[in-house]
Write a protein that binds this ligand. Structure first.
Ligand code: HEM
Length: 120
């Protein structure tokens, strides 16, 4: 395995850990009304945007195929997830309603997972 391929797989592992952080905390707190773990949600959302962009870069560097339309769709959804996670986190700190933003972030992350898996 060459260095480029190793880095791609490392980034993919980080990408899947970011996904696990968002979807994991979303599922665990699906029926919660308070005490939302918004820090984990926000960390996962940042991880997805950063590692996703890095994956595109490393694939291009290694002359691997990149579906630009799929990447654009995923990026838009991931940015909405990030904004929702920021709103959830700041709302939590200010004692405001967290649930709508928390569910938006978690739900759209699941949508992005489905886009990633089913869009060939
Ligand atoms: C909540 C946000 C996201 C989720 C849940 C997510 C989910 C996934 C999943 C499950 C995979 C593995 C399956 C596959 O290869 O298609 C994957 C791969 C990938 N994702 Fe994402 N993703 C997210 C955000 C992004 C963003 C923002 C980008 C780029 C701007 C991106 C770019 C990629 C790329 C290039 C791969 C292929 C990696 C490879 O096999 O070399 N993702 N993503």
């Amino acid at each position: 395995m060459d260095t480029l391929e190793f880095i791609r797989l490392l980034l993919l592992a980080i990408h899947l850990l970011g996904l696990a952080a968002i979807v994991g905390v979303f599922m665990v707190q699906l029926r919660a009304n308070s005490g939302f773990r918004t820090g984990l949600l926000l960390g996962g959302a940042i991880t997805q945007v950063v590692s996703g962009l890095a994956l595109v870069g490393i694939r291009e560097a290694g002359d691997l195929e990149v579906n630009n339309v799929k990447v654009a769709v995923k990026l838009v959804i991931a940015l909405i997830v990030l904004v929702a996670a920021i709103i959830a986190h700041t709302s939590q700190r200010r004692g405001r309603k967290v649930k709508p933003a928390f569910h938006t972030a978690g739900g759209l992350a699941v949508v992005n997972l489905l886009v990633a898996v089913f869009w060939a």
